[in-house]
Design a protein around this ligand. Structure first.
Ligand code: NAD
Ligand code: THR
Length: 373
C-alpha cells in the first residue's frame, strides 16, 4: 500500500526530528494522502477545499431537531439557500421542506453519507444528530450507536474529504467530579450519562483527528438551549422551554427539577450565532478546538420569578424526575467561557430578562395568529 508506506516514512521522519516523542504528532491528511478508514488511494483527489468555491457547501445532520432548522436559516441567509442542506431520518414539515434543500440521511449508513458528501460537493459539515441526555439514559444502546458509531462515520468522511467539521458538545460533558461553579474549559471530565460520555469521546476524537490527520474540527460546548419555535429533543434542560408554553396555554407548569437547580442556559439566537462565528473564525485565532460558551445561569425558581413578571398568575409546582435531577446535579452550575471570548470574540446578547421577553413576544404572536385563524 503506497499510501501507508508514505505515512510510515513521514511518521518516522517526524519522530526522528522530535526526539523524545512527547510533542503532538501533527500530520495533515492531505499532505500524505492517508485517511483513517482505508479507502481508495485517490480519496483526497475528491476533496473540495473551501478556497475553490465562493461559499462553503454545508451539510447539517440531525437537522430536524431543536437547533438544525434555525441554523439552516442563519447559514442560508449568509451563504445562499442552495448551499445549505438539511438532513435527518425524520420527515420534514412542509414549511421546512419548501424552505431549502433537504435530504434523508442516516448517519449510521456510512456509504450513503459519503455519497451525499461527494455528490453535493460538501465542504462544511455540522453534525447535530444525537440522542440527548434523558432520552439517551432511556435507550443506552441506541445512544451508543448514534452518538459514538455515528460520530466515527462523520469523522472519517470529514477527514477523507477535507471537510471543516463542527460537532457540538455540551455542559453534559462534565460530571460530579468536575468543578461546577464555574466549570473551566480544561478540567476533570467524568460524566455519568451515556450522552456525556459520548460527547467527551467526540471532543477527544475530533481533537485527535485534528492533530493526527489535520482535520479542521471545531467544537462548542453548548449550555441548555432555549427556543420558541422548536421543541427540545428529550434533555435535562427541557423544562426551561416548556415553562413558557405551559404558562401561556394553561397558566400552570409542573417542573421536573428542584427549584434550586442551577444550570447554564442560552437563547437559541446566541447559540446559532456562536456556531457560525466559530465556523468562520480564522484557524490561527483558535488556540483550542473545543470551547465552552456561556450566556446566563439560573434555577427554576429564578426563571419562574422572571416569567411571573409577565404572567403574575402563573402557578408552578414541582414533581421531581429522579433521572433528570441526578443528571442536573452532576452538571456545571456556571460555565467559564473566557477562552472563547478572548480567542474569537464570543459575546452573548441575551441575559435572562431579554430571553423571557423574547420568548413571550414570539409565543404571544403565535397564539394571536392561531386564534385569528
Ligand atoms: N438543545 C440543547 O439544549 C443542546 C445543548 C447542548 C448540546 N446540544 C447538541 O446540539 C445538537 C443538536 O441538538 P438538538 O437539541 O437539535 O437535538 P434534537 O434531539 O432535537 O435533534 C437531534 C436530531 O438527530 C436526529 N437523529 C437521530 N438519530 C439519527 C440518525 N441515525 N441519523 C441521522 N439523524 C439522527 C433526530 O431525528 C433529531 O432530529 C446535538 O448534538 C446536541 O447534543 C444541544
Ligand atoms: C444540555 C443539553 O446537552 C441538552 N439540552 C440536554 O439537556 O440533554
Amino acid at each position: 500500500m503506497p499510501m501507508i508506506r508514505a505515512f510510515s516514512k513521514v511518521a518516522k521522519d517526524l519522530f526522528r526530528t522530535k526526539g523524545c516523542g512527547c510533542e503532538p504528532l501533527i500530520v495533515s491528511v492531505r499532505s500524505i494522502t492517508f485517511s483513517p478508514r482505508q479507502v481508495t488511494t485517490d480519496a483526497s483527489f475528491h476533496s473540495v477545499s473551501f478556497s475553490e468555491t465562493d461559499h462553503p457547501k454545508v451539510l447539517i445532520t440531525g437537522g430536524l431537531g431543536q437547533l438544525g432548522v434555525g441554523l439552516a436559516k442563519l447559514l442560508r441567509k449568509r451563504f445562499g439557500k442552495n448551499n445549505v442542506i438539511l438532513s435527518d431520518i425524520r420527515k420534514p414539515s412542509s414549511d421546512v421542506y419548501h424552505s431549502g434543500p433537504f435530504i434523508y440521511s442516516d448517519i449510521l449508513d456510512y456509504k450513503n453519507l459519503r455519497e451525499i458528501v461527494v455528490n453535493n460537493r460538501i465542504t462544511w459539515l455540522v453534525h447535530y444528530s444525537a440522542l440527548l441526555s434523558a432520552v439517551g439514559e432511556a435507550n443506552v444502546s441506541l445512544a451508543r450507536d448514534v452518538n459514538i458509531t455515528g460520530l466515527h462515520n462523520i469523522l472519517d468522511i470529514s477527514a477523507e474529504h477535507g471537510l471543516r467539521l463542527f460537532v457540538p458538545s455540551t455542559i453534559g460533558a462534565f460530571g460530579p467530579t468536575s468543578p461546577r461553579n464555574p466549570t473551566p474549559d480544561l478540567c476533570i471530565q467524568r460524566p455519568r450519562t451515556i450522552y456525556g460520555v459520548s460527547k467527551v469521546h467526540a471532543e477527544l476524537m475530533g481533537e485527535y483527528y485534528h492533530h493526527r490527520y489535520g482535520l479542521d474540527f471545531r467544537c462548542l460546548r453548548y449550555p441548555g438551549i432555549i427556543s420558541a419555535d422548536s421543541q427540545p429533543g428529550g434533555g435535562t434542560t427541557d423544562y426551561a422551554v416548556q415553562i413558557f408554553h405551559d404558562a401561556v396555554k394553561s397558566g400552570k407548569f409542573v417542573c421536573n427539577l428542584r427549584p434550586d437547580t442551577r444550570l447554564p442556559m442560552m437563547f437559541i439566537d446566541d447559540c446559532l450565532r456562536a456556531t457560525l462565528e466559530v465556523l468562520e473564525a480564522p484557524a490561527e485565532s483558535l488556540s483550542m478546538r473545543t470551547y465552552n460558551i456561556n450566556a446566563m445561569s439560573f434555577t427554576p425558581e429564578e426563571l419562574t420569578k422572571e416569567v411571573q413578571k409577565q404572567l403574575p398568575d402563573l402557578q408552578v409546582t414541582y414533581e421531581i424526575d429522579p433521572v433528570r435531577q441526578a443528571i442536573a446535579d452532576s452538571w456545571p452550575m456556571n460555565f467559564d467561557d473566557h477562552n472563547a471570548r478572548k480567542d474569537w470574540g464570543w459575546k452573548h446578547d441575551y441575559d435572562l430578562p431579554e430571553l423571557v421577553q423574547t420568548m413571550f413576544n414570539f409565543i404571544g404572536s403565535e397564539s394571536r395568529l392561531a386564534h385569528a385563524n
